[in-house]
Design a protein. Sequence first.
Length: 335
Amino acid sequence: MADKPSVLLSGFADEAAIDKTAEQQFAAFAALGLQYYTIRFIDAGGGVKNVMKLSRDEVAHVRRLQDKYGLSVSSLGSPIGKIKLVDVDDGTHNVYIPFPQYLKNDVQHACQLALAFETKLIRGFSFYPPRGEDPKKYLPQAVDYLGQIADVCHRYDLTFGLEVEANLVGRDGDLMAELFRKLNHPAVMLIFDAGNIVTQGVTADEVFRQYQAMKPGIGWMHIKDYRHPAPVRKVGHVDEDALKHFVPCDQGDSGHEAILRDFKTMLPKLTRKLQKRGVPGVFLDLEPHLKGGGQFGGFSGPDGMGVALRALCRTLDYVGIDYHLRDFQDILATR
């Protein structure tokens, strides 16, 4: 019998830690049986910081500690691309940074951090257009900026993953597909996140259609879901900090079963493509927000992360996708 297509399980480790300390994050993930994590917010001894703000000593401390717990970084959970495209007051708290300065400082630094953590993947975003304006108007500018970011990542032999998210230029599957086609860059892949689409007030059928639009560019997925407390109603600007109904992936409105059943068919080819770029396989990255989420992060607690992981594993078992959690042989190897 042929082996089942497989994925690698990962997650945003800061979601599992009450105080976001490195020790709490890694203890929770090791106990859950995970071997990969995405690094985003972490307290490495100098207070809670975004990974982009860590000092060299803090990076070294995290590296030593993750080795102690048998963990590796799947991707750098950077906020690259979460800034305004134009310097206008649109009623949001999003910041504007002149792009040449941003490219030289933030993007270069993200690449250096990815190398320091020995990951080939950087998570990023597609910039904020002015609130209330048509994002299609800003596609050319976003493509120009993202292309320059991709060029920097490519020079470092890294892959830049562009995540679909509300309020950005790439806020839905169609716009993300258009960005991917126009960029046409070997260092760019798309990150599908069903929860980020369904929170904009669409049905499971529409989420699946947007997944299909993004499918040619998908490199990995974030796993979160949402259950609307009232009949689904499409919205424009999303108040991300007001979203309160995140649920495990087998209980929400996104239709993860259908999405993952279809994704299964592309796993062998996608795995080979990623491995050619130095990535060990196709990651499913848990970002469940079960106890709350917002524009720049979320929280599930160690118990919530366990609930979310078990829900994902049940779904993968049901659709016939293989995965690995730590077993006795893994424990023996680290004794």
